[in-house]
Design a protein around this ligand. Structure first.
Ligand SMILES: NC(=O)c1ccc[n+]([C@@H]2O[C@H](COP(=O)([O-])OP(=O)(O)OC[C@H]3O[C@@H](n4cnc5c(N)ncnc54)[C@H](O)[C@@H]3O)[C@@H](O)[C@H]2O)c1
Ligand SMILES: [Zn+2]
Length: 355
């Protein structure tokens, strides 16, 4: 990509998402205009810290920020209360005040957890997102959802807090292992199914690596629009959970050994197959979705039985009383929220499993 693209997200408050190459090297100057002078605590995991932490800290220091950093063990298994508590203690020891800021440098795990730390420390301080995975770039860094996992399930404790700014340095995607890049492809394809043929056809006609900047910008624009219309997930925003009821169940059944993006890919394929078999979707939709997932090295099914998946899914927070809301893909660009009795979930998942 030759130039920097900027997308405004009109929430309370409005913030900018900037996409471009080399943004981490310039993050100090870019954040100075948004944050003014303050202390910044940079949170990064143990894989990302050796790659990018020094670049970020040096740029922030050069711009006049007081900088401290906290590194925690990488992986979804550490997106928990123990790590959150350690980050909060670090913020207090570093004497961050109400006017200071947290920077989440990393993937969705870092963004979710550092964001939750910022949302709860002193009842809420500012944070910025510096996403380094494709998944956090196209999805999790925008929208202000922060969370940790509990033993009972994914993202069961969290808060809404919009970031003050998001800087997506597309150079970071070069150091991603192929499987981690694919995790981001899963959320991007999900966004394509939700948004319509214009974005979805990019996955059918090319490979994701061909046009990441265009795909990234389209995904962020789509998500920003949804978040602006439904910031607190009262309605339309729930559609972004397409593939996630089964996806979260797969993650949980695997003890979080299967990464989020891979689980969402399988969950999306299962829901598309179920939707077609139950007569809700137009014929051919599920094959088109499965082909895009396969092309990007993603799974289109799971070996966990329907019973285990339904049990795990019903512990999910999307359940309310005796019903659960699922997202049904009917056509590319036409997905519907369907409220079903919890007893109907098992036969729906069963319909989506298998060839
Ligand atoms: N808040 C939201 O709206 C939202 C949306 C989607 C997903 N999520 C959450 O995001 C998480 C998944 O995010 P993820 O896939 O980014 O996982 P992740 O943060 O664990 O990153 C995946 C792996 O890649 C490594 N890594 C990160 N950047 C790298 C780089 N540039 N080069 C090399 N290695 C790098 C990480 O250390 C980690 O091992 C899940 O917890 C999911 O629930 C949140
Ligand atoms: Zn997701």
């Amino acid at each position: 990509m030759s130039s920097v693209q900027t997308i405004e997200v009109h929430t309370a408050p409005t913030y900018e998402v900037t996409i471009g190459v080399g943004l981490l090297r310039e993050c100090g100057a870019r954040l100075k205009t948004v944050l003014g002078g303050c202390r910044i605590a940079v949170a990064a995991d143990s894989n990302v810290a050796p790659l990018y932490l020094e670049t970020v800290c040096a740029s922030l220091r050069d711009a006049g920020f007081a900088v401290c950093s906290y590194v925690f063990p990488a992986g979804e298994a550490h997106k928990n209360f123990t790590t959150l508590s350690a980050i909060l203690e670090f913020l207090a020891e570093s004497q961050l005040t109400r006017t200071d800021c947290v920077a989440a440098l990393g993937g969705g795990v870092t963004g979710d957890m550092a964001g939750f730390a910022a949302a709860s420390y002193l009842r809420g301080i500012r944070y910025v997102q510096l996403p380094t995975t494709l998944l956090s770039t196209v999805d999790s860094s925008v929208g202000g959802k922060t969370a940790i996992d509990l033993a009972a399930g994914k993202n069961l404790a969290g808060a809404f807090l919009q970031p003050a700014a998001v800087l997506c340095d597309t150079d970071c995607l070069r150091s991603l292992p192929a499987a981690v890049f694919a995790d981001g492809a899963a959320e991007a394809i999900k966004t394509g199914v939700l948004s319509g043929e214009t974005l979805f056809s990019l996955f059918e006609d090319g490979t994701l690596t061909d046009a990441p900047a265009e795909i990234i910008a389209r995904c962020i624009r789509y998500k920003a629009g949804v978040v602006e219309r439904d910031e607190k997930e009262q309605g339309e925003r729930r559609k972004l959970n397409l593939g996630h009821t089964v996806g979260h169940a797969i993650e949980k059944c695997s003890g979080y050994a299967i990464p989020h993006g891979h689980a969402v890919a399988a969950g999306l394929a299962v829901m598309a197959r179920a939707s077609e078999r139950l007569g809700w979707a137009e014929p051919g939709v599920s094959a088109r979705i499965a082909a895009c997932l396969e092309k990007n090295g993603l799974p289109t099914g799971t070996d966990y039985p329907a019973e285990a998946l339904a049990k795990a899914a019903l512990a999910d927070k999307k359940r309310s009383g005796d019903s659960i809301t699922i997202v049904v893909p009917k056509a590319i660009g036409d997905c519907e929220l369907k409220r079903i009795p919890v007893t109907e979930l098992l036969p729906i998942i069963a319909a989506g499993l298998g060839g």
